[in-house]
Design a protein around this ligand. Structure first.
Ligand code: 5GP
Ligand code: ZN
Length: 117
């Protein structure tokens, strides 16, 4: 655990979150500032700064995260109409919290993939 990391502190129970799904290795909770009708963040409990670090250092954890994101999408009723799964990464990606997290977004039409195009 990284004591300076917001999401590690959520995993540790030091900061409250609305948890919607949990496994031995992952946690999923509602985004505090939702950008869609459904906006859930899915994280590995272990600290990895971004999806590249996760993929390179923990292939099993990467698979767990993807499976958890799929389970969240199903539990949130997103499979019929579809949804978006997103990893913001680094400066150009607009990443703000440096503990890897998948955004599960849906529950309404999400519009174009990127606002700049
Ligand atoms: P990023 O830009 O790093 O991909 O996304 C970070 C996300 O974390 C944002 O959507 C933001 O609203 C969310 N967030 C930031 N602080 C908190 C918090 O304390 N609790 C929860 N549940 N979400 C947070
Ligand atoms: Zn962390």
């Amino acid at each position: 655990m990284d004591n300076n990391c917001l999401f590690c502190r959520i995993v540790a129970g030091e900061i409250p979150a609305t948890v919607v799904h949990e496994t031995a290795t992952t946690l999923a909770f509602r985004d505090i500032d939702p950008k869609a009708a459904v906006h859930v963040l899915v994280i590995p409990k272990d600290h990895h700064p971004d999806v590249v670090a996760l993929a390179q250092n923990d292939p099993a954890g990467s698979a767990d995260l993807l499976a958890a994101a799929a389970a969240v999408a199903e539990a949130e009723g997103l499979l019929t109409d579809g949804f978006r799964l997103m990893f913001n990464t680094g400066a150009y990606g607009g990443q703000e919290v440096f503990h890897v997290h998948a955004h599960v977004l849906g529950g309404e039409p999400l519009g174009p993939m990127l606002a700049i195009r």
